[in-house]
Every structure is written in C-alpha cells, then in structure tokens.
Write a protein that binds this ligand. Structure first.
Ligand SMILES: Cc1cc2nc3c(=O)[nH]c(=O)nc-3n(C[C@H](O)[C@H](O)[C@H](O)COP(=O)(O)OP(=O)(O)OC[C@H]3O[C@@H](n4cnc5c(N)ncnc54)[C@H](O)[C@@H]3O)c2cc1C
Length: 390
C-alpha cells in the first residue's frame, strides 16, 4: 500500500523539504513544488543554528531535542548538510547576566540541554578565539550547526538519488518541480500557475511567510494558531582564519529566549539603546568556509522597512568584536529575512492539532497547512514533519 501513497508538497523551504524526507522514509511517492527557481526564503537566510539551549521547558524542548536527533541522523547520511555538533556558548557581559546563566544551569532540565556554567578561563579553553571581555559563559553541548545555503539542495540530492526511502524499479520516488506556484487548492489537490493539477493522498502546504498567497484565506481567519511575520537583519563576513569552535550568543539573547524567563531576568540592566531599538541580540556562527554569520534584529510591525538599518549592524559588529577581542573580517554580504510565527501565547485549539509552537491545520479535505514555526523553524523542521505524518 505504501508505495501507492502519493504526497504533494507545496513549498521548497526547510519545512516542505523535511516533509518530503519524512514522506519518503515511509515509502510514499513525493512531488514537491516551489514557486521560485530555488528556495530563497527564511530557510536559506538563517544561521543554521540547531538551537536547543533557549527553548521553553516541556513540549518545545522535547520537539527541539527530537529534531536535534533527527538532524544528527540526517547529517551522518547527507554530509552536504554540514551538520556539526559544535555546541554553543552564551556569554555573560556582567554580574546580572552571569547570575541568570547560573539559574539556567540549575534548571531541572539542564542536563537534557547539556548545560555547563563556565568561568572565563574555562570558556577560553573551550573556544580559544574568545579573547575579549566577559564574566562567564553557559556551554550548551546540545546545540548544533548546519549550513543553511547547502541544506535544501543536499537533502533534495539525497532524495533524488533514492536516499530517502525504499528504491523501486530505478525510481527515486521523488520529483522536484521548481518554478511552480500553487494558486488553487481543492480536496486532495493543488493547481499551479500553469493550470496543472497535482493530486495526492495527502497535500501539504508549507508556504513559509507567504501569508497572503494561496494559504492566505485560511491564515486570515486568525484566532487560534494565528500567525504574524517577523523581519530580521543578518550579515556575513569574509573567512576568519581561526576556528570558532562553538556557536556564540551574547547576554542580550537572555532577554528573548523562553528558557531564561527566570527570576534573574527582571534584574538585568537595560539593553544598549541600539540593541533595544532593533530588538537585537548577537548570534554568531562560523560557516564551514570560515566566514562569520552575524545577526540578528527583530522587526514585528508591518509594513517592514525595505532597507537595511546600519545602526543595528554597527551594534552587532561592536558586540562580536568585544567578545572576540579582535576586529571581525570585512562584511561581504548583508540581507534581511522574514519568518512566519504563531503569535506567542496563542491558546491551543483542537482544530490546530494542539500546537502553539507552529501552525498545522487541515484547510480542505486531505490538505494540511504547516507554517509559523518562528525562530525555531530550522531547528524543529524535521520533528515538525515527523509529527505531521504521525
Ligand atoms: C534571518 C533568519 C534567521 C533565522 N535563524 C534561525 C536559526 O538559526 N535556527 C532556527 O531554528 N530557525 C531560524 N530561523 C527561522 C527559520 O529559518 C524558519 O522558521 C524556517 O526556515 C521556515 O521554513 P519554511 O519552510 O516554513 O519557510 P521558507 O523557508 O520561507 O520556505 C517557504 C517556501 O515556500 C515557497 N512558497 C510560498 N508560497 C508558495 C506557493 N503558493 N507555491 C509554491 N511555493 C510557495 C516559498 O517560495 C519558499 O521557498 C531564522 C529565520 C530568519 C529569517
């Protein structure tokens, strides 16, 4: 029966592609449509952080940890993902941030996150490139890194080579159709902009932050599982000769991630004005080629700026240089990205499959819409896809 089951996926980002991977694991035939010639949304604009450390206790942490396992498994089979179990260091700038890191290190689930509180000398032993000023750091060994510009083509390559599921008669069971925008939805079917229909036992829509496209009328219902869009600014430098052994976060990240919503958060000093204006935190990941991906900012109110704000970049550069104790290489690329996020605190509703961590709803018979994973989307994508098929 399994080989006769056909899944049609709209969207070529991480969510769509991980659904293709999980469908092929079950032996289903997969057709995947993407409106662009190549995906160019949040999934290729992110840090490639498989980020467990800051997740909220409970279902969010469990989802991230399951995803981390799946990434490691996939990384072992598909070297092109660039999966590295590098861990991360969140660095405290002063006593209040350090006290909050201590609280986090004492969380009941700290061992699941593989947390360890380090003094500055121990931080430098783990990551010798950190020659700047900090009061200590929280090592999270569970965090990992993938190469976002490589992940999607690498996974597709593996699927096309029959790597995802049982081979049959020389067929991969996977078809990638770029340049096809889904414009219409019917029961168990979608139609693309050329008028062609694609029917499946299951249709999965993963349109990312395209909230007004074909999924627009379902998302516009609002209510439970309602989504919003968030815009972030990023940059990437020329290669740094030295290896930065872990991903890095500064103390501003303690203000955003739910794991750090602990009593000590109320005692943190105000953020630097530029950081507060841009809702910025420093995250820094060294790419496989040595370049540094540095971000990020958060813009919540639309209309979003169409241009890039240099003050936020000045702030992020200064923070990176303060931690490294050295100038960063020349910035080679800057970009902004937009993700779709279930509005935080959205109550759970049975029709939304009980998940306020992302949006999943059956919008027509046999057609499921999955989006809204927010800043955890790259991390959680394999586990979200697994849950859809469960
Ligand atoms: C700057 C930035 C940094 C981030 N950093 C991280 C990080 O380090 N770790 C982490 O876990 N998460 C991170 N995120 C979040 C993460 O990238 C996203 O949650 C995730 O990539 C969303 O994947 P997606 O497939 O839903 O969306 P997308 O990547 O946007 O993909 C959706 C795809 O669907 C296509 N599409 C839309 N409509 C149609 C249609 N009608 N027909 C056909 N195709 C269609 C689009 O062209 C697009 O390619 C970051 C996001 C941003 C923007």
């Amino acid at each position: 029966m399994a080989s006769a089951t056909r899944v049609v996926i709209a969207g070529g980002g991480a969510l769509g592609t991980m659904h293709a991977v999980m469908a092929r694991r079950r032996g289903f035939e997969v057709v995947q449509l993407e409106r662009e010639a190549e995906a160019r949304g949040a999934s290729v604009r992110n840090f490639g952080l498989v980020w467990v450390s800051g997740r909220a206790a409970g279902p969010e942490l469990s989802l991230a940890l399951r995803a981390r396992e799946l990434w490691a498994e996939l990384g072992a089979r598909v070297p092109g993902l660039g999966f590295r179990a590098a861990g991360s260091l969140t660095l405290a700038g002063g006593d209040a941030e350090l006290a909050l890191l201590k609280e986090a290190a004492a969380l009941p689930d700290a061992d699941r996150r593989e947390f360890e509180l380090l003094d500055p000398a121990a931080v430098r032993a783990v990551n010798p490139a950190l020659r700047g000023e900090f009061a200590g750091g929280l090592l999270c060994r569970a965090d990992a890194i993938v190469e976002p510009r490589q992940v999607l083509p690498a996974l597709r390559g593996s699927l096309a080579a029959g790597g995802g599921g049982p081979r049959g008669k020389g067929q991969s069971g996977y078809e990638w159709l770029p340049g096809r925008e889904v414009t219409e939805i019917g029961p168990n079917a979608v139609r693309d902009h050329t008028g062609a229909w694609y029917r499946g036992d299951l249709v999965i829509l993963c349109p990312g932050a395209a909230h007004t496209g074909v999924a627009g009328r379902y998302l516009a219902r609002g209510g439970d599982g309602a989504v919003r869009r968030v815009r972030l600014q990023m940059m990437q430098t020329a290669p740094l000769a030295e290896r930065i052994t872990t991903a890095l976060a500064d103390g501003d990240s303690l203000r955003y991630y739910p794991a750090y919503d602990l009593p000590g958060r109320a005692l943190l000093p105000p953020q630097a004005a530029a950081a507060e204006r841009a809702h910025a935190q420093l995250l820094l990941v060294q790419r496989a080629d040595g370049g540094l991906t540095i971000g990020d900012t958060h813009e919540y109110a639309e209309p979003f700026g169409f241009d890039l704000d240099e003050d936020a970049y000045d702030h992020l550069r200064a923070r990176a240089e303060a931690l490294l104790g050295a100038p960063i290489p020349r910035v080679r690329r800057r970009w902004a990205g937009v993700y779709s996020e279930v509005i935080p605190e959205t109550p759970k509703h049975p029709a939304v499959a009980g998940h306020a961590l992302y949006h999943r709803s059956e919008v027509e018979p046999g057609v499921v819409l999955v989006t809204g994973p927010g800043g955890r989307g790259m991390t959680c994508s394999p586990a979200i896809a697994e849950e859809t098929f469960r």
